[in-house]
Design a protein around this ligand. Structure first.
Ligand code: APR
Length: 245
């Protein structure tokens, strides 16, 4: 059954004219970054209100201490896994054109994908709340929390907090890609956070095949996805790529 679906996915990808991927936290789990929801997820340990922009603006030191500092340590150590390198390989094979990701860890770019739409911003950069100066996250000194710019302003990661707008360029391009692609690979997302989770719906409405890769069923399964390949992103990707060998 699983092998049939792997073969089917390899064929659908090979036959496609325009493939895109929508990825979520699950794709980086094998790189040591915990997901948000479900077992071992960040929101099991930390109240999700820590990701609200209002909470950050009210008490940036607290949000840095509880959420962002640990996130920095985890993301700093993370390297792409087989799911990321598999998507980079699909681009090299001229099958995959772009990746829409909800992740802020930069691992798709590190793996070699060149057109990555960062729907929820990026953790690679910090922005000063006072003067708007941008610095690389690796360059900021976190020995004092919250970290501060030379001007005295507090740094915030260049990510989209809950309550903030999706970057308009990312939203416009993603909608366009979703409506133009003929296969969308949806990997490692619980598909409950909108508008990211709407992209497979747009793809489906526009006639694309939607292939899900996930450890479990999601709201897209049965409704929007043509089929779900259940398993870890890296392992499934390796099996799909092996069909070309
Ligand atoms: N391989 C494939 N899928 C996996 C793996 C794995 N190794 N591990 C976990 N998953 C799946 C889970 O089954 C789940 O469906 O990945 C999904 C992770 O879901 P979430 O943690 O909700 O991540 P995501 O969908 O990216 O969350 C969306 O929510 O908190 C916000 O802004 C944050 O971008 C994030 C958004």
């Amino acid at each position: 059954m699983m092998d049939d679906l792997t073969k089917r996915a390899a064929k659908d990808l090979a036959d496609a004219r325009y493939v895109t991927a929508l990825t979520g936290a699950g794709i980086s789990v094998e790189s040591g970054i915990p997901p948000f929801r479900g077992k071992g997820g960040v929101w099991e340990k930390i109240d999700p209100s820590y990701a609200d922009i209002d909470r950050f603006m009210r008490d940036p030191a607290d949000v840095w201490r509880v959420l962002i500092k640990e996130m920095k340590e985890v993301v700093d150590r993370a390297r792409p896994n087989d799911a990321h390198t598999g998507l980079a390989k699909l681009e090299e094979m001229e099958i995959l054109k772009s990746v829409i990701t909800q992740n802020v860890d930069g691992l798709h770019q590190m793996a070699g994908n060149t057109d990555v739409i960062e729907f929820h911003g990026t953790f690679a950069w910090q922005r000063c709340l006072a003067c708007d100066k941008k610095v690389g996250t690796g360059e900021i000194d976190i020995s004092e929390i919250p970290p501060r710019c030379d001007c005295g302003g507090i740094y915030r990661p260049d990510v989209i907090f809950f309550g903030e707008m999706i970057p308009p360029d990312a939203l416009i391009r993603s909608k366009q890609i979703a409506s133009e692609c003929d296969v969308m690979l949806v990997m490692g997302t619980s598909a409950v956070v909108h508008p990211a989770a709407t992209m497979p719906v747009i793809a489906k409405q526009s006639g694309a095949k939607v292939i899900e890769i996930n450890l479990e069923r999601t709201p897209l399964t049965d409704n929007i996805s043509d089929y779900l390949i259940m398993g870890k992103g890296g392992e499934v990707m390796n099996r799909i790529l092996a069909e070309w060998a």
